[in-house]
Design a protein around this ligand. Sequence first.
Ligand SMILES: NC(=O)c1ccc[n+]([C@@H]2O[C@H](COP(=O)([O-])OP(=O)(O)OC[C@H]3O[C@@H](n4cnc5c(N)ncnc54)[C@H](O)[C@@H]3O)[C@@H](O)[C@H]2O)c1
Length: 495
Amino acid sequence: MSDQNPTAPRPASHRSTAPDEDVAAAFAPARPDARRRYAVAGTGHRAGMYVDAITGDHAEVAELVAWLDPNPGRMDYYDAHAGRRLGRGGPLGLPRYGPDQLKRMVAHEDVDVVVVTSPDRTHADLVVRALDAGADVVVEKPLTTTVDGCRAITEAVERTGRDVVMTFNYRYAPRNSSLRQVIASGEIGEVTSVHFEWVLDTVHGADYFRRWHRDKDWSGGLLVHKSSHHFDLVNWWLGDVPARVYASGGLRFYGEENARSRGLGPRPARGTGAHGDPFALDLTRDERLRALYLDTEHHDGYVRDQDVFGPGITIEDNLALVVDYRRGAALTYSLNAHSPWEGYRVAVNGTAGRAELEVVERGAIAVDDEGRAVLDPSATPVAAAGQTLRPEGERLLVQRHWEAPREHPVPAGVGGHGGGDAILLQDVFRRHLRRSDDPLGRAAGYRDGLRAVVVGIAANRSMQTGEAVDVASLGLALDDEDGHDRVLAGRRGNA
Ligand SMILES: NC(=O)c1ccc[n+]([C@@H]2O[C@H](COP(=O)([O-])OP(=O)(O)OC[C@H]3O[C@@H](n4cnc5c(N)ncnc54)[C@H](O)[C@@H]3O)[C@@H](O)[C@H]2O)c1
């Protein structure tokens, strides 16, 4: 299982082995009559991970029963794909629905769970309607992009009492779980501050400027769309809730005006067919991208490969934040979307020492003789040099006051996103079969989703006003119902 987006860095091959026992839980065998019925809402790139799970590793506990998407071509693609995976010798022939027919789909197809993998701006509407129709929900990040979306989802959960699973896959990457273990153990004491820098490279980072993500109304900008992963990690690592956000940022590299001011001449409006351009994504060079987007474009006009230096981009590519947490820790965070390498650095300062996590997901990108970006790091001299000085990998160092640093071992994961996706999927589809509770508390619900997006939403407000934003002023229900913070409880238990 991998992230099938060809622009994303690939996990190193050693991580595609069986996971260590302490990162992957033990599950009881499934009862043969207990398969839950799943519908997929949003049949684009990300749906693939869930479709493959339901037709593969989790077929004994899950069954696909319907597709929902405005684009019939993409539903056809997955129907044929699922049919192949299940060895049907042709398409699966599942019923297809448009976005307005969600209620009817849940009733007619007796859907237990709706998997929401549609563009960010549509999440709240789909989640609320699925809950009201009587289904549980598995929703991709970000939970939603607006305060109104947060409120609507909160009210729908309270109204229906149904379950919303937030798929925060980054929590399941063993390196991120390991940092949580280090903090929870009390080894570095009480956390006083966190410094977190994430850099996206000129291939993967550029991808957010090619399609709907580039429009703030659709994605909430990178602080909602992308950084909600990172803010969730900090919330979870600290077992705390964000209280105040100040943000600064801008579009300083991508976009028409920046290109013009740097002297870039006229460019093709899209990457397909463009020559000699490392920023171009040619949909004909990847079978899956061609089938999912180019061949289906005539249905809805969704252009997947727009020029990153074209007009109409309303999101930022350089972002800096200060976030105060309720218990007193401060987070300084930055995101850059045009870096020559991809990865992240986190430093956690505590009253007894410091932990530092460094991750290189892709050390360099080179350009081939035809001017195209080359993603395979071993393929060119430039990238090979990147491998030597900035090798792909991860390192977690822990240093207590008056002691030498020690390297905290990071266990192997499996699959994409730092080895987390496959472990996440076990929790999504087999959580009811877990033999014991997860000591890491990785499974996330809608409230974790709220606590993550609220940072990006407050940051967007801060960038508009130039002032810090009190999270409480947004009026969202961020506390667990019983007033008990279960992440903090885990921390106390382990300390
Ligand atoms: N966790 C991760 O690491 C990760 C990775 C990739 C994407 N995602 C998330 O998955 C979601 C989908 O991303 P993607 O890259 O697959 O996008 P995509 O554009 O490839 O696919 C989105 C699909 O939703 C459909 N759609 C549009 N409006 C809809 C509506 N109202 N109802 C139902 N379907 C609708 C589109 O036609 C398309 O088929 C996003 O929210 C994204 O943030 C998460």
